[in-house]
Design a binder for this molecule. Structure first.
Ligand SMILES: [Zn+2]
Length: 620
């Protein structure tokens, strides 16, 4: 510690080391009173107040406080139970609060009540932290001050106050340079340097594995994920994102678009919030238009979506005062819950019908293909976007003009792009077979709650699968993985699947999740994440045993090729055409040999082939 300080002062770094707290040029007028937030604090017994509340949101406490308040809530109310989820990489205990008037503290008991289950999480990015306090406030409001006691007549809550616990305990005033307080916060990544909000499919982190068990056992009807977003200054105090286009199965999508979003926006506006969808202005032919983003299931809210469950991504604005952010976070959760509970049965029906709708496409060749990826549409509709005017100034540092936001509203008549154009979709087969040797892929599916059976005899038939070409590897590590890019060509081949392999039927509620993981071209497929790297060994052309797959040296494979050339004039003609048309090939002795070897009976045949097969008819 002392040595570190001494080192610092030998450099110039320590000259300007006081943390900067940036401010928004604009705070919504209603933030001053922050009426709902203040009322909750006012009505609380002192021992249940968080450090955020007690410090006017200038400070946030270590994780131990959230755990302690959770246990105090458990002692104060029969309706609260603290669940120990398991241990983080640094050995801390992750907790969740279960809140149920029926004391339905298991998924089975909760299912028997017929009530909506709502899962809320905060602190997946631990520096973005008001949600830790505001979720505890909501539990207090339901069970102690009882202002929201009626919620428990219709809903059961599962609440994770801090998801990234180790990151949260890594406190520093320098972790969030773009954020207006609190004084010191935790870090975005977990202790393994991984971003939990990219880990939803690959599930590398212990935290995510614990979360997946929680989610997949409780199967909530609705999910909320609390964040704080960086970005340019603007009038809005909170933005949100939800899957609600092709990225969420119907009728859950319609429930979000038609019932949830309009009501949430209306209620937030009535309380003085300025709310927008999550996105950014981009220049289109010299004019600023607003574009939403398209996410994939590595993110929390799209993971929920491939499980047919609506999820609200909350992003309060980092430049607004921490107290404003807490108020916005508290209110958007409160209004989301109130909106759901106007008719909780409508939500429950919608998600269950979405489950059935997805499963019903399994094995039906005339069913519509399922969306796997897309881009923001060129289609747009009118929007008034509440930006701020800018007054650039000349910078001594950069020698150029630097943007500064002014407190003057710039209400921009523009257009919003909030639809998706599909770029990738796939038909849903009856199921997949994962060969026994690829057990790790099956284990990952099991962690996600996917139901599977083991096969009891070898199965040989013609299957659909993919052949990979144009394989390239990411030139840097992403989230601990070497991403793989490729083209995948759908092929039909006669293949033997050994006994003890995994039959993954698609007639199950997680059909869409399975498709997102096993269709290799999908953005978060196991193949893209590099979880099946051995398939690509040698760029799809080499591998097992060194050299050409099959492992024989040139002095052995050249005579094989020479014999084939002599025996097959047709192959010889193809080879000569290839030599004439492809000088790079002609100059590559290994490629020339490989060309013949791949056409020989010595080649194992599955080089560069996706090992998991698509099944349309179950013959066993
Ligand atoms: Zn975040």
């Amino acid at each position: 510690m002392i040595r570190a300080i001494a080192f610092c002062c030998l450099t110039f770094a320590c000259l300007a080391q006081d943390p900067i707290a940036p401010h928004s040029a604009f705070e919504p007028p209603a933030a001053k009173a922050a009426a709902s937030l203040s009322a909750s604090t006012r009505d609380s017994p002192p021992e249940l107040l968080t450090t955020g509340e007690k410090s006017n949101w200038n400070e946030t406490a270590p994780y131990a406080e959230a755990v302690e308040i959770s246990h105090r809530l458990e002692r104060a109310s029969r309706f609260v139970k603290v669940l120990h989820m398991g241990l983080t990489p640094e050995g801390r205990t992750m907790i969740a609060l279960l809140v149920s008037k029926d004391r339905a503290f298991t998924p089975e008991a909760a299912a028997r009540t017929g009530k909506a289950v709502i899962l809320i999480q905060s602190g997946i990015h631990a520096g973005e932290i008001e949600g830790k306090d505001t979720v505890l406030m909501l539990v207090r409001d339901m069970t102690v001050s009882k202002r929201f006691a009626s919620w428990l007549d219709h809903a059961i809550f599962v609440i994770v106050p801090v998801f990234n616990v180790d990151g949260h305990e890594n406190f520093s005033p320098y972790h969030r340079p773009s954020q207006n307080g609190p004084k010191s916060t935790g870090l975005r990544a977990n202790a393994q340097h991984l971003n939990l909000n990219r880990d939803y499919i690959k599930a590398d982190t212990p935290e995510m594995r614990l979360w997946l068990r929680l989610f997949n056992s409780w199967m909530p009807d609705f999910h909320i994920d609390n964040h704080v977003t960086d970005g340019s200054d603007m009038q809005y105090d909170v933005t949100w994102d939800m899957a609600r286009n092709q990225d969420l199965a119907e009728p859950a999508g319609a429930w979000v678009r038609e019932r949830f979003v309009p009501e949430l926006d209306k209620r937030m506006a009535a309380d003085g919030h300025l709310v927008a969808p999550y996105g950014a202005l981009r220049n289109v032919n010299g004019r600023r238009e607003f574009f939403m983003e398209v996410f994939s299931p590595r993110y929390s809210h799209l993971y929920s979506a491939v499980q047919n469950r609506p999820s609200l991504l909350v992003e309060t604005h980092s430049l607004k005062a921490a107290r404003t952010r807490a108020w916005a976070n508290y209110d958007i959760m409160r209004h989301a819950i109130d909106t759901i509970l106007l008719d909780p049965e409508a939500l429950r029906r919608a998600v269950r019908e979405a489950d059935r709708e997805m499963a019903s496409r399994a094995g039906n060749r005339s069913a519509a293909p399922v969306y796997l990826a897309g881009k923001v549409s060129d289609k747009s509709r009118p929007l008034v976007y509440h930006a701020l005017k800018i007054g650039p100034y000349q910078s001594e540092v950069t020698g150029a003009s630097v943007t500064r936001y002014l407190p003057d509203p710039d209400d921009l008549d523009t257009r919003i792009h909030d639809e998706i154009d599909t770029t990738l979709e796939a038909q849903m087969p009856l199921g997949y077979l994962i060969p026994a040797a690829w057990k790790e892929a099956a284990d990952l599916l099991a962690l996600h709650g996917v139901e599977m059976e083991r096969t009891t005899r070898p199965i040989e038939q013609e299957f659909e699968t993919y052949r990979f070409s144009k394989i390239t590897f990411g030139n840097s590590v992403q989230e601990g993985h070497l991403a793989v890019n490729f083209e995948a060509q759908l092929v039909k081949e006669r293949i033997t699947i050994p006994v003890g392999s995994y039959w993954v039927p698609m007639k199950q509620r997680r059909a869409r999740l399975i498709l997102s993981m096993l269709e290799p071209q999908a953005p978060d497929s196991l193949a893209h994440w590099g979880l099946l790297l051995n398939v690509f060994e040698g760029g799809g052309g080499g591998g097992r045993g060194g050299g050409a797959r099959g492992g024989v040296g040139e002095y052995l494979s050249e005579p094989i090729a020479r014999r084939m050339m002599a025996d097959s004039p047709e192959l010889r003609k193809q080879f000569e055409e290839k030599l004439a048309s492809d000088p790079q090939f002609a100059a590559d002795r290994n490629a020339r040999l490989q060309w013949w070897y791949q056409r020989s009976k010595y080649d194992p045949g599955d080089t560069g082939r996706y090992p998991i097969v698509r099944v349309w008819e179950k013959s066993w």
